[in-house]
Design a protein around this ligand. Sequence first.
Ligand SMILES: Cc1ncc(COP(=O)(O)O)c(C=O)c1O
Length: 354
Amino acid sequence: MKVPFYSTRYVNDQVKTLMYKAFDEVMESQYFTGGEQVEKFEKDFQTYIGSSNFITCANGTDALEIILRTWDIQAGDEVILPALSCQATLEPLLLLGAIPVFCDVLSQGLCIDPVEVEQKITSKTKAIIAVHLHGNWSDMKSLVSLANKYNVKLLEDCAQAHGLKFEDKHAGTWGDAGAFSFYPTKNLGALGEAGGMVFKDKLEGERARRLRNHGQKSKDVHIEVGRNSRMDTLQAAFLSVKLEFLDDWNFQRSQLAAYYRENLIGKVKFYSGTTTVWHQFVIGVSDREKVQEYLKEKGIGIAVHYPYLLPDFIGSEEFFPISAEAVKSMISLPLYPGLTTDEQEYVIKSLLGK
Ligand SMILES: Cc1ncc(COP(=O)(O)O)c(C=O)c1O
C-alpha cells in the first residue's frame, strides 16, 4: 500500500461541481483581480472568524510583512518570535531589517513560551509574533496581557490555524492582527497562492489594504510606497466555496487524530496541544532517520515540520532546549480529510513495526 503524506484530492473532489460553477461566474464577470468575489470572500471570512477588518492578499508571507509594515516596524526594532516555525515567519523581519529575538516553545503544542517572552522584552521590542504551529493554540491569554503590559503589538501567525478558537474566539482575533495563508495544503486552501490579514483596528486595516495595492488610497492616488499583493478573483471565489466545508474538514482531522492517539499512546511522544485544529499530527521518535527510511520503504509519506530552527538560519548559537529536542525527533504523519481507516491502520502498524 502507498500512503502519500498529503493529498488535496478528497477535499477538492468534494467541492468540484461548486468550483466549476465559481469558475464560470468569474469567467462571466471577466474580473480576474479584485471584484465581487474578492469582496464576498472578505465578508464570508470576516463572518466566520467574527471580525470586521479582514483584508485579502496574495499569500501568507506577504500578510506577515504587510502587517509589520502597517505598524512601521523598521530596521533596529526588535520582534519576538518562536525559535521553531517555518522560514516564512522569520523572512519578513529580515527583509525589514528588524532584529529577530527568539524564544523557546512549550513542549505541549510547540508554541511560544510566554514566560520566556516576558524575559526577552526590552525597550526596543515593537512586536511579538505568536505562531499557532501545527494548528495548536498559542497561549494567547498570557500573550495579550504581556502585549498590553509592555505596550507592544501582538501578531498571530494563523497560517496553520483556520478554524482554531479558544473560548469561542477565533485565532487571529486575539492579537492586534492575524496573518493567514490559504496555500493549497492548509486546512483552508485555495487552488493556488492566497493569503489574508485581520486587524483589530480599523485604520490599521485600511492602511494594510492600501499597502497591498501600491499604496493607493483611491484610483491613481498613491500616498505611500506599497506593493502588489492582491488576491486573484478566482482564488477568492474558490475559497468562499471551500469555507463552507472547513468545520467539517477540521472535524474529520480531529477524528483521524483521535485514532492515531488511541493507537500510538505510550509508544511515541505526542507534540500536539490540547486545543488544536490538527493541521499536522506530529510525534517524536528517538531514531528519526531510521524511522523515516523504514516508512519510506513501506511507501508511507511523512514530513518534518521543521528540520532546522529559525535561529540557525541567521547563524545564532543561542540554545533552546525544547525546540532543539523537537527539531531532531519530530515527524508529521499523514493526516488529511479523505485518509482512510485502512491507510491509517497501515501507517500505525508500520510505525509500530508489526
Ligand atoms: C506558520 C506559517 N507562516 C507563514 C506561512 C507563509 O504562507 P505562504 O506560503 O502562503 O506564503 C506558512 C506557510 O507555509 C506557515 O506555515
